[in-house]
Structure formats: C-alpha cells, structure tokens
Design a protein around this ligand. Structure first.
Ligand code: SF4
Length: 324
C-alpha cells in the first residue's frame, strides 16, 4: 500500500515514529516533499480564507498527493497528554481534508487522544496497524520500533541538531558564530523552509548560531511552563512558552525570534502572555515576534531579521566593553 504523508503541520514532530511504523508493516510512505510556491498556492486557493497559514500549506501538500497514493495518513490529534489539548485545527484536520473533494484518496485518521488512557491508545495503534497486518504482535513490534526512532530523533535534536538538518542529512558547524539566537515557534513555522523563507539557513549565513526548542529536553520545557501563573491547556503552546522562558530566565541566548503564523488564535495569546511575563521578570534578553502569512515578502522579512541580529550584536559588544 502506498500511504501519503503530507510534509506539513505535525510532520516535523512525529515523522520518525510514523514512517518507521508503516515501513515495518510493509507500506510504502510517499512524502509530499518540501513546501513550494505551487504547493502554497494550491492550498491557499482551496482553503477557507480564515484558516491559518500552516493549515493552508497542509491543504497544498494534501492536494499534491492526489493520484500518487492509495491513502493519506492524517491522524486526528486531540490530546497527547492528560488534561491538555492540541489546537482545534488538529482535531478537525481529517474532516477538513475530506471536505476538499478533488478525489482526495482514502484518509487514514486514527484518533490520538491520550486523555482516554494508554489502553485505549494502544487499541488505536493496533486498529491502525490492522490496515496492513492481521498480527497484533507484528503491529506492536512496529510501533515499538517507531517509538525508538522517535527517541533517537529527539536525542539528536537535544544534542544540537535541528530537524531540517536531520532531514537534509547535514552537519552544522557554528563554532565561528559570535551570537546565539533562539528561534521559537511551532515546528511547522520554523522548519518549513519555504514559509519561513529559509530563516535558519539565512541566520547561519549571518554568522549566528541558531538554537530551537527541539534542542531542549521535554522535562525542562515542562518545568519552565509549569512556573507560569497561567496554566495553558494547549500542549504545543505550552512548549513554546516553556522554551522561551527557559532561554529568557537563564539568558542562555543573546536574542529570541518568535515566529507566529497568521491568523493563529493560540499563538496570539501566548505572545501577549510571554511579553507580559518577560517584562515582569525584567528579562534582559531581547525578543522579536514576526508574523508570517502567504503574502509575506522576503525582502521585508529579512530586513527585520538583519536589523535584529545587528542590534543583538551591538548589545553584546557593549556589555562586553562595560565588563572590560
Ligand atoms: S496552533 Fe495556530 S498555527 Fe497551529 S494549527 Fe492551530 S491555529 Fe494554526
């Protein structure tokens, strides 16, 4: 069976798990590839105008898989931990995909809802695997292999590699960089080379060492997020808050760039919360928020990045002179 896997949204978070799982069960995974102008345009034309940029991009990836696969994998991700939810877009994604029409292939949409407990979750995994194998033992073994791949992926990112460096199989040497900038935001905003305008590569070309939330251990992010006065019940937003708080409180980066997509309700709340907290804690780490949408112009975007990088550099030089 050829299973299409749109390279969008939570792909960057979970792909080692699902690719390994399906491969072990004998399916062929067909990726939709990197976002391109064509993919973005297809998605923007098809999607409702009010939808956020990452979902429009997802539509484009979905449409690019039509006629190439037997089915498409679009899990309905409701909750990945107790007492917390994902963004409502992830819960409705399979329905939105079905509504597209255009001969969208059959959609494989397991419900991932960890609020229901592990037994229910494992039943979901077995049900998913039954698409490809009648053997429960084989399915669970494929799932264990997927979890192992996911852990190995996390270990690599914690060691200082970004997901796109892993995907591109690239080694990065930033030992010559004079400043370190934390790039925050949802993985689909910061690792999608097209919509982020290749931001990671551009910053590295400016002599900046780039660090991201995936390089921090989950328990550290969770600990930081738990200290905030407002308990966020969106898992992925809490990760962003925990990441930025970690950098800001320890001054472990020279500056922070937070990438948000337009129009994202959860992110706009998180942005206001973070700015308030950083002011209250008298953080000395400068932070810039940048909103991207399908009309973002590369020149204006990069000018703002360059101006921020210059400012961070100047600030670091001045504080060194003062210490000297
Ligand atoms: S969190 Fe924001 S950007 Fe992400 S899918 Fe939801 S609305 Fe879109």
């Amino acid at each position: 069976m050829k299973i299409g896997y749109p390279q969008a949204l939570l792909y960057y978070k979970y792909f080692p798990l699902w690719e390994t799982f399906f491969n072990k069960l004998g399916a062929e995974i067909i990726l939709s590839g990197q976002t391109s102008k064509k993919i973005l345009n297809m998605g923007a034309v098809e999607a409702e105008n009010e939808l956020c940029l990452p979902v429009k991009v997802f539509y484009g990836h979905l449409l690019s898989l039509v006629d190439k696969v037997d089915s498409v994998f679009i899990p309905r991700i409701v909750s990945v931990e107790k007492n917390a939810f994902t963004c409502p877009k992830f819960m409705g994604l399979p329905d939105m995909a079905r509504a597209v029409g255009h001969q969208v292939p059959r959609i494989i949409d397991p419900v991932i809802d960890l609020r229901q407990g592990w037994k229910q979750y494992l039943d979901t995994i077995v049900g998913l695997g039954k698409e490809l194998s009648p053997s429960r033992v084989k399915i669970l073994s494929a799932y264990r292999a997927g979890v192992k791949s996911l852990h190995e992926y996390k270990e690599k990112t914690v060691a200082g590699v970004t997901p796109i460096d892993i995907i591109d199989n690239r080694e990065v040497d930033d030992s010559g960089a004079d400043i370190k900038i934390g790039l925050a935001g949802h993985p689909y905003n910061i690792y999608d080379k097209y919509t982020s305008m290749n931001l990671i590569k551009r910053m590295r070309e400016m002599g900046v060492a780039v660090t991201t939330g995936e390089m921090i251990e989950d328990r550290v992010i969770e600990r930081e997020a738990a200290t905030l006065p407002k308990d966020l019940f969106w898992t992925y937003e809490r990760e962003v808050v925990g990441t930025i708080s970690h950098w800001s409180r320890r001054s472990s980066v020279d500056g922070i760039i937070y990438i948000l997509a337009f129009p994202c309700g959860p992110d706009s709340l998180v942005q206001a919360l973070l700015e308030h907290e950083m002011r209250k804690e008298k953080s000395t780490v400068p932070m810039m928020s940048l909103v991207i949408d399908e009309h973002s112009a590369e020149a204006g975007f990069l000018t703002r990045i360059e101006a921020f990088v210059d400012m961070v550099r100047r600030k670091k030089r001045l504080s060194r002179q003062k210490v000297g």
